[in-house]
Design a protein around this ligand. Structure first.
Ligand SMILES: NC(=O)c1ccc[n+]([C@@H]2O[C@H](COP(=O)([O-])OP(=O)(O)OC[C@H]3O[C@@H](n4cnc5c(N)ncnc54)[C@H](O)[C@@H]3O)[C@@H](O)[C@H]2O)c1
Length: 340
């Protein structure tokens, strides 16, 4: 993920940003001799160094030495478990803003501590929840605004198979709700006012839920639930690890009339996505399907950091905390309802 974010900046897709530094603790450190380390050296270090990018194994005083001005954004995209440490080091090294990849930290407690430290250092933190700025979601919110009684469904799909699911469970051991559906939970927190302490009921669609133990990890392979809060607001969230790559928002009136439905990759975007997949068959699918949203989020953050303003709709670390709180609340609730 970090490589892709950096690539977009190097390629000028985010005109308000310039890439000054890359910190790569693994491929410039313990993993240097691995296949990934060799590729990183050949395809990234050798190619980007002449473009003025400095490479570091760790975050230290040299970070930002080549920055153009006073605004220094640290984009933190290490493994979730490593991100709290990288986040702190980046602020210590002089970052004026942080763009923190979701979910930000493995637990609510860690993310709360990070938020407090960033606040004390006067460093705004933007979070990498790209769906919060994606058109398929903002247009769904506009459709719902015309009919506040309408139900919104937020759906997320991955293309793992039964064969690859165990590896997915082990690599994303924080679980489906914190790792995958945390995007939808962030939307629920930011745009629907859902909070772990204001949920009045969680309705499950049992057919849309499955909890499995694979390779010693117990997690959901799919979930389908509707949250209701004390304001009378509801939102339905579906996430499935094994049903093809995609995201969708659907808005339906109380009588079931369909008011809006749109996929992240709609018909207009499908041809472009297919062409990019042919150009880059080795890239992970979501880097291509969500390419425009990754660029848009970074550009919004860079543009507003330069102006000292708040990027519209971009999730703050406080929203990230609420999303993680929802995940920590819902995981045992859904497991209990499923008898898992
Ligand atoms: N916003 C999104 O849509 C989105 C999508 C994917 C990932 N993410 C987030 O981005 C962050 C990074 O995810 P990722 O998929 O790039 O993770 P990753 O594990 O592929 O890479 C992250 C870093 O881990 C280190 N690393 C790689 N292999 C290692 C190994 N074998 N041993 C030790 N360290 C190793 C490297 O320093 C690498 O830069 C996570 O927080 C994730 O949740 C966000």
């Amino acid at each position: 993920m970090g490589w892709f974010h950096a690539l977009q900046v190097v390629e000028g897709v985010c005109p308000s940003a310039r890439l000054s530094d890359v910190v790569e603790p693994w491929f410039l450190g313990g993993g240097k001799a691995s296949a990934g380390g060799t590729t990183f050296e050949k395809d990234v270090v050798v190619v980007w160094t002449p473009k003025g990018v400095a490479f570091h194994e760790t975050i230290g005083d040299a970070l930002f030495a080549g920055a153009d001005g006073p605004t220094k954004i640290a984009l933190v995209a290490g493994r979730t478990v490593d991100n709290p440490k990288l986040f702190r080091a980046a602020i210590k090294a002089g970052a004026t803003h942080v763009l923190l990849e979701k979910p930000g930290a493995p637990t609510v407690a860690e993310l709360e501590a990070m938020a407090a430290e960033a606040k004390a250092a006067n460093v705004p933190v933007f979070m990498g929840f790209i769906k919060n700025i994606a058109a398929y979601v903002t247009d769904a919110l506009a459709a719902r605004a015309k009919d506040p009684g309408a139900t919104v469904l937020l759906e997320s799909r991955n293309d793992y198979t039964k064969e690859t699911l165990a590896e997915c469970f082990s690599r994303n051991s924080e679980g489906l709700l914190k790792n995958m559906a945390v995007h939808e939970l962030a939307l629920a927190a930011q745009f629907f006012g859902m909070r772990a302490d204001n949920i009045t009921s969680v309705d499950l669609d049992a057919d849309g839920c499955e909890c499995l133990t694979l390779g010693g990890h117990t997690d959901f392979s799919r979930v389908d639930f509707t949250l209701f809060n004390d304001q009378g607001t509801r939102v339905r969230i579906k996430a499935d690890r094994c049903s093809g790559d995609g995201c969708r928002a659907v808005v339906a009136a109380a009588d079931g009339t369909l008011l809006y439905t749109r996929d992240l990759v709609d018909e207009a975007k499908a041809k472009q996505v297919q062409a990019r997949m042919k150009e880059h068959p080795d890239w992970l699918g979501y880097l291509i399907t969500q390419e425009a949203e990754y660029a848009k989020l970074k550009e919004l953050c860079a543009e507003h950091a330069l102006k000292g303003t708040t990027p519209p709709n971009v999730a703050t670390i406080e929203i990230g905390i609420e999303a993680l709180k929802l995940a920590e609340y819902l995981t045992p609730v859904i497991k209990a309802k499923l008898g898992a």
